[in-house]
Design a binder for this molecule. Structure first.
Ligand SMILES: [Zn+2]
Length: 452
């Protein structure tokens, strides 16, 4: 939805419910990501449109698609054994990493169930962003639980949980953040006070200072000490403490969209048709959608999109329930790719090495050394994968297939060999991102593959 407009109100129309005393209620989805004020938002959009224009000029010739990999650290904020549920399991965190990878690579099996409109199917995009659980902490130590830092609030001397946004911004984030140029920081905690019904919120990206046409954008998205996303502990992943209908990990998929420069699909203008998300291939939409239509994939229309295909309630940037929130568009991809290619504390993540050691190396995925040549095909793969290895000198080598959580799902060893073509059966593995790592005397070589 993209329109020309003369006046904008950038307040976020968040619906909230009154906190119920002693009664657990399922909240209506509420994302507390607040857009910047009008001059800042306008300046960011001026830069964004210029970046997209530059990309489009190269689209038919030199532009190459880039696959980014973002290392994630989840700070789990808990209070020991008093309410252990807040101290969520590694399995729950791992399930969220898998969901991020599936949704950002357009691999979710929910898509075909909930998207029946042909124009949405055409617009749906593989964002070409992967996520890996950080394996190395800021001191260079290999982590016992990849991607997880557990923080006991009593040890920190903090107030008792739950927390409202001001305390999170002033104390929790600055007191725990890992270098945001190397890690994507995600905090998991229990929201309370004025934010008791919030599911999550994000900090927007920042354009580097001096970037034409914007001359001073430093701090536009927020401070380095608070960069990242906060999610309620009941809305992470799809196992453990997760609570329906927000039980398929889409809250973090949505907040990560904001963190990569996306706005709400309805344009945050209440229910009018004048607001915009500055994306051309999302339909104009009156207000946010809640729940899912009773029929999977049904057309839903409103005052701003009154005929088929209707509004894109299946978009991750709407407020629908997790199960029917299943797609980003090509226009949204262009914004996120521009942010990853340019923005402060986003571009640098692509050269971060904190996922290395678990077999995943973000940097310079090497396929060839002086005395070794490696080819992995087909990619994307279906069922069987071929790994062609040509070694100048006979030696021992190991081929490992590793998922983004750092878990080895297949390993093949050969002794004193010059290589050859090794066939690896992956037909029993779930579809998604994997890393093929070859370790030999000449070094360690990794290649990212997609299993369909
Ligand atoms: Zn939001």
């Amino acid at each position: 939805m993209k329109k020309i407009f003369t006046s904008i109100t950038f307040s976020l129309a968040c619906l909230s419910i009154t906190a119920q005393n002693q009664v657990e209620v399922t909240p209506k989805r509420k994302c507390a990501t607040v857009q910047s004020n009008v001059p800042q938002q306008a300046a960011f959009e001026q830069w964004m449109q210029s970046a997209l224009l530059k990309d489009n000029q190269f689209a038919n010739s030199r532009k190459v698609s880039v696959v980014y990999t973002i290392p994630v650290i989840f700070h789990i904020i808990h209070s020991g054994t008093v309410v252990p549920a807040r101290n969520i399991s590694q399995a729950q965190v791992n399930s969220q990493v898998t969901i991020l990878n599936n949704d950002y690579r357009h691999l979710s099996t929910d898509f075909s169930t909930y998207v029946t409109q042909s124009s949405f199917t055409t617009a749906a995009a593989d964002i070409q962003v992967n996520f890996c659980a950080a394996n190395v902490d800021p001191n260079g130590n290999v982590m016992v639980e990849p991607g997880i830092e557990r923080v006991n609030v009593a040890t920190k001397g903090w107030s008792a949980l739950p927390y409202a946004t001001p305390y999170i911004e002033s104390t929790v984030k600055p007191g725990t953040i890992w270098d945001p140029t190397k890690y994507y920081n995600v905090w998991i905690l229990e929201f309370g006070g004025a934010d008791a019904s919030t599911l999550g919120y994000a900090q927007f990206p920042t354009v580097p200072s001096g970037t034409a046409p914007v001359t001073d954008m430093v701090g536009q998205g927020g401070s380095a000490s608070t960069d990242g996303v906060v999610i309620g502990y009941k809305y992470i992943g799809n196992v453990g403490t997760v609570s329906a209908p927000y039980n398929k990990g889409r809250t973090l998929v949505h907040e990560t969209g904001h963190w990569l420069g996306l706005l709400h699909i309805w344009g945050d203008d209440g229910t009018s048709c004048s607001g915009t998300d500055y994306v051309t291939d999302t339909p104009n939409q009156a207000g946010e959608n809640y729940t899912c239509p009773s029929t999977a994939g049904a057309v839903v229309t409103d005052a701003c999109s009154a005929s088929t295909p209707g509004v894109n309630y299946q978009n991750f940037m709407d407020y629908s329930d997790d199960k029917c929130m299943v797609m980003f568009t090509a226009g949204q991809k262009a914004r996120m790719q521009a942010v990853m290619a340019n923005c402060t504390r986003r571009l640098s993540l692509n050269t971060s090495t904190v996922c290395s050691g678990n077999g995943i190396n973000n940097v310079g995925i090497a396929e060839q050394g002086l005395d070794v040549e490696i080819n992995v095909y087909p990619n994307p793969a279906k069922g069987e994968l071929n790994v062609k290895i040509d070694l100048l000198n006979a030696q021992d080598f190991t081929i490992s297939v590793i998922n983004p959580l750092g878990q080895t799902v297949k390993e093949i060893k050969q002794n004193q060999s010059n290589g050859g073509t090794v066939k690896i059966d992956l037909s029993d593995k779930t579809s998604g991102i994997y890393f093929v790592t070859i370790k030999c005397k000449s070094g360690s070589f990794s290649k990212k593959i997609i299993l369909q």
